[in-house]
Design a protein around this ligand. Structure first.
Ligand SMILES: Nc1ncnc2c1ncn2[C@@H]1O[C@H](COP(=O)(O)OP(=O)(O)OP(=O)(O)O)[C@@H](O)[C@H]1O
Ligand SMILES: [Mg+2]
Length: 1023
């Protein structure tokens, strides 16, 4: 080229550029830039196409093809040939729009994705096409690739795998590609299969049928036909073809494809072979059809020499061509019934549509079953035909979706919640489900290792690029103003009221109504009944998400600010009901002051309404937003208030001793200087106490307790006084002083009766102190020998929790109710109540109580004979409790495990577990169940071997001694019984009987409980 003068060179290069530009346009690409010797094009933007990666490759192949032809011509003319290099990458890009003077708009993509494409271009060998791995992944199968190896690219840390495109691949449709991956087990669709079968039967008897399957992308239209075909092929000839998304510009594409299949023409066949194949087939079919040959040759591009039809009028020729094909099909159906499948009519070109209309008109009395499918945007005029059936496919129902996901993911219970999230997000669209799973696999979040396993918890699912492509291209087919409205609506949310739309969108009402109507017709949104206003809802959550994502950041901010302001105006009188929305919208603007305000208010309200999980998120966001305000005492004071409010919420949603909770209180401690109200100061102390107490650091807890006592002496407010009793009874109970605990329970509850308003809306330790007074009181009373009183208290506690409507307190109450049933050996009741506690804790997000209640459930199951399952559940519960940082209650949990292990005859494991419990008691000082642990140790030793009698007796005596020291009469009774049984045939018999009689005689109530009945039976044994 260097030898040519610039003008000559231009004359050679310009036509080449023109060829390249044409190739881009043919596949609906957008030319961003045309430099002197190259072009830069975009596919999928500014207008989205679901198959934009493929389009880019089709265009590239066409370009190279055209360039080769052009070069050959140049060479013939004695000019130097021209060769081009093409580079392609696929990825997200921000497309900047520039309005140029003459009312046109230019689009420029910016970002890493585009520079990677130019980089590929420089890497491509001359005359070839180089693509990144991302593009290769999306297009594999549709095209063939050759790996060029990994290459370092500036600005990217990992080397990038580069591929060369070598030509078209074997696959054409998405379903074929899915089949390559392995089709998912076919589920549901019984009704549709039956309808297809019915139509086939009719067609077989000479009453031709058309069946149309209509559904949105990915619902399973192609798969339905595929399955039907697979089950009904024998005796039929099946011919199938499909339109392609860029097909409107290629006339007859599906018809040509159909003919190629019918005449068995391959890509490698030369013209002569092709002509022979057509000839041969027609002659065998029916020699009277020979007159169709010139038309077929013409259409298939097989004319050799002069075209005999050259003089014919274009319209006439076209009609006769279509007629020729029709005649061949009808004739073929005389030999055997025929299934003709036309897929994806929503992309059909006009000529093929003409052929289809002709065919539809002629099949009524033939053995032809015509199957077509399309998405809802396509329409036709066949509805009035008596031989026409439409099948409208719905997304898979819950059951089928579950079945499909089980086929994809297996049945591991660990994946249950992932399955739920996938179904929720994809709303049962099978393609979306498959792609979502595939993305998780590609990312390594899911691994297939015999079974499917998650490598990390999934909090949010990404929208797969394939799904994103489908949805954006649907949105982009809307007129620009309707698209803009849809984006605005997506910023409002999944649902939106007419009154709000009107104040957010500055358009005349009529226009707005018309556009909303269009969006409804396009099935983007639905109208739904509402009181006093018209409400709309996005048909798919995913459409909303994709539409929202397509908004640029600046515009998003602007929209959210407008929506926030509109909400404030519309709901001036009921702002409380809209705090969440306001927080959401202002949180997405630059208006920190308002955002903070609404997050804080919404958070407080949520907590007040005992929606702790929501409250936690809202308050945490508020605290985050605070950091955007200038530092200073004012900010510190505000943060102190927020942290001390968030603390109790986290006690429930994360656990008292969880790192997150403790961090909040440590931060609050650092802010305490800023002052705050006495309630906030007290909240801080109870948080510090609670963390140490539940975390098993009893010595530290004692120090905080002292501070609290001092604090309350200085602030004699009812709420603090009640809390004082609350932590006193808790601590006394835990440290093995039931009598002291009892005193505080009695005074505390009496105080509450007299001061029912002494409980703040957000209790300091996340549960209502009087509910605690009753249910812990129940344990205290039971321990100190009042089973009847215990029963009454636990019922009162649960009833109170229900009455005050504080859900965390109800979780707390139910758990303790189950615990009482465990302690008293009421197995069935323990199981029922534990189950209720697990369910509620799970629903509300209270992990510690969920874990503890699981332990109880496991214990009950073991007692009922499901020993293995029981042990597993107890162990899981213990681990889950520990994961929240909790050490408290561990001795009792281990006791339950040891008891279940004993049932399984794993005595040594049981004894080890009890040793662990004793270790925990020793290091923390949690003593309320200590006596029982020694007693069970004795029982397990006895069941292991009679030779351990002496040690067992020592354990029972130890239990007895501890129970007596603590004043735990019920435990003293149990220890005495164990001893009496052990020694019933020895010289000590009378002595222990007397001891048992004495403690039994102490009791004044609860004679119908198991322990007292057993004791009586033992005493009644004849001497
Ligand atoms: N009933 C089903 N059971 C299991 N898998 C299914 C079912 N229906 C569809 N699939 C799977 O979901 C994916 C999408 O289905 P299919 O290609 O048939 O959708 P479509 O409606 O034809 O979409 P499009 O409009 O984009 O052509 C395929 O991989 C298919 O195997
Ligand atoms: Mg399909």
């Amino acid at each position: 080229m260097e030898d040519l003068d610039p003008e000559e060179a231009r004359a050679l290069v310009d036509p080449a550029l023109k060829l390249m530009i044409d190739a881009v346009h043919r596949f609906d690409g957008y030319i961003v830039q045309s430099t002197g010797d190259g072009i830069f094009a975009l596919f999928g933007a500014p207008v989205a196409h679901e198959d934009h990666p493929q389009r880019a490759l089709y265009a590239a192949l066409r370009m190279q093809d055209e360039m080769r032809r052009y070069s050959a011509k140049l060479r013939e003319a004695g000019n130097p040939p021209i060769e081009a290099r093409v580079g392609i990458n696929t990825g997200e890009a921000v497309v900047r729009t520039i309005k140029t003077g003459d009312a046109t708009t230019e689009y420029t993509p910016i970002g890493h994705s585009t520079s990677l494409a130019s980089r590929m271009q420089t890497l491509a060998p001359t005359g070839s096409i180089a693509v990144t791995e991302t593009t290769e992944k999306l297009c594999a199968g549709y095209f063939n690739f050759k790996a060029l190896g990994p290459t370092r690219v500036k600005g990217v840390s990992e080397p990038i795998n580069v591929f060369e495109v070598t030509g078209l691949g074997p696959l054409r449709t998405r379903l074929q590609r899915a089949a390559g991956r392995g089709l998912t087990k076919f589920v549901g669709r019984d009704r549709e299969m039956e309808a297809l079968g019915h139509s086939a039967q009719r067609a077989q008897t000479g009453r031709g049928q058309i069946v149309a399957a209509m559904a949105e992308a990915g619902t399973g239209k192609s798969r339905l036909f595929f399955e039907f075909k697979a089950r009904n092929q024998s005796g039929w000839m099946v011919l199938e073809t499909f339109s392609v998304s860029h097909g409107k510009a290629s006339a007859y594409f599906p018809v040509l494809d159909l003919l190629h299949v019918y005449f068995r023409i391959n890509a490698e066949d030369d013209i002569r072979t092709r002509r022979e194949k057509v000839n041969g087939r027609i002659v065998t079919l029916d020699p009277t059809l020979e007159d169709t040959r010139p038309y077929l040759f013409g259409l298939l591009g097989l004319v050799e020499g002069e075209d005999p039809l050259a003089q014919m009028d274009g319209q006439v020729r076209k009609r006769r061509t279509l007629d020729a094909i029709k005649r061949i099909l009808l004739r073929e159906s005389l030999n055997q019934p025929l299934i003709v499948i036309f897929e994806d009519l929503h992309w059909i070109d006009e000529e093929t549509q003409g052929f289809l209309n002709l065919l539809v008109d002629s099949i009524a009395n033939t053995k032809i079953l015509l199957l077509v499918n399309y998405r809802p945007e396509y329409s036709h005029h066949w509805n009035s035909r008596t031989y026409y059936t439409q099948l409208r496919l719905d997304p898979l129902g819950k059951e089928s979706a579950d079945e499909m996901l089980s086929a994809l993911l297996g049945n591991d219970s660990e994946l249950a919640s992932l399955k739920r999230v996938i179904i929720e997000k994809t709303e049962g669209n099978p393609f979306f489900m498959e792609e979502t799973v595939q993305v998780l696999l590609d990312e390594g979040a899911l691994v297939r290792n015999g079974t499917m396993r998650l490598t990390r918890p999934i909090s949010e699912l990404k929208i797969p690029p394939t799904v994103q492509g489908i949805l954006t291209s649907r949105i982009d087919r809307l007129p620009p103003d309707a698209k803009e409205l849809l984006q605005t609506l997506s910023a409002i949310g999944r649902e939106f009221a007419w009154s709000l739309i009107r104040s957010v969108v500055p358009k005349p009402e009529d226009d707005l109504n018309r556009m909303l109507n269009d969006l409804q017709l396009g099935e983007f949104i639905y109208e739904q009944p509402a009181v006093g206003d018209t409400e709309y809802v996005f048909k798919h959550a995913l459409t909303q998400e994709v539409s929202y994502n397509s908004l640029l950041v600046e515009r998003r901010k602007l929209l959210h600010e407008r929506i926030g302001a509109a909400l404030e105006t519309i709901y001036t009188n009921s702002i409380e009901e809209h705090l969440d929305e306001l927080a959401h919208h202002y949180g997405r603007t630059g208006n920190t002051a308002k955002a903070l305000d609404y997050y804080e208010r919404a958070g407080r309200l949520a907590v007040q309404r005992s929606a702790y999980t929501d409250g936690m998120k809202l308050l945490a966001t508020a605290i985050d937003l605070l950091t955007r305000l200038p530092e200073g005492p004012e900010r510190d004071a505000r943060e102190f208030g927020l942290q001390t409010l968030l603390g109790p919420v986290l006690m429930m949603t994360r656990g008292w001793a969880a790192p997150e909770t403790e961090q909040v209180y440590r931060r609050a401690q650092a802010l305490a200087e800023s002052g705050g109200t006495s309630a906030q100061q007290f909240a801080l102390l109870s948080g510090l106490f609670g963390g140490a107490y539940v975390g098993g650091r009893f010595a530290e807890a004692q120090e905080w307790a002292d501070e609290m006592r001092t604090f309350v002496r200085r602030h004699l407010e009812p709420q603090f006084l009640l809390e004082l009793h609350h932590f006193e009874w808790s601590f006394a109970f835990s440290t093995g002083e039931p009598l002291e605990a009892q005193r505080h329970v009695e005074t505390g509850l009496a105080f509450y009766e007299a001061n029912p308003d002494s409980v703040p809306a957000t209790p300091y330790s996340a549960h209502h102190p009087a509910v605690c007074g009753h249910v812990w009181g129940a344990m205290v009373f039971w321990l100190s020998g009042y089973p009847e009183k215990a029963r009454r208290h636990v019922e009162k506690g649960v009833a109170l929790a229900r009455k005050v409507g504080h859900s965390p307190s109800l979780v707390f109450g139910l758990f303790h109710q189950a615990q009482i049933h465990q302690i008293t050996g009421e197995v069935k009741l323990a199981l029922e109540t534990a189950e209720a506690a697990v369910a509620l804790a799970e629903k509300d997000g209270a992990p510690l109580f969920e874990a503890w209640a699981r332990v109880l459930r496991g214990w009950a199951l073991a007692q009922l004979g499901q020993v293995q399952d029981g042990i597993a559940q107890i162990s899981e519960g213990i681990a889950a409790a520990a994961a929240t940082g909790a050490e408290m209650w561990r001795p009792n949990n281990l006791f339950q495990l040891a008891e279940a292990l004993g049932k399984a005859n794993r005595i040594d494991d049981g004894l080890d577990t009890l040793n662990e419990a004793l270790q925990a008691i020793k290091s923390h000082g949690e003593r309320w169940w200590e006596a029982e642990i020694h007693r069970l140790r004795g029982e397990l030793l006895l069941s292991r071997s009679p030779s351990d009698r002496a040690e067992a007796e020592a354990s029972f005596n130890r239990a007895l001694e501890i129970a007596r020291r603590q004043g735990a009469k019920s435990l003293e009774l149990r220890a005495s019984m164990s001893l009496a049984q052990l020694l019933r045939d020895t010289d000590h018999r009378d002595k222990v009987r007397a001891m048992l009689a004495q403690i039994y005689g102490w009791f004044t109530e609860g004679f119908d409980t198991a322990d007292l009945k057993d004791a009586k039976a033992l005493l009644d044994e004849p001497a």
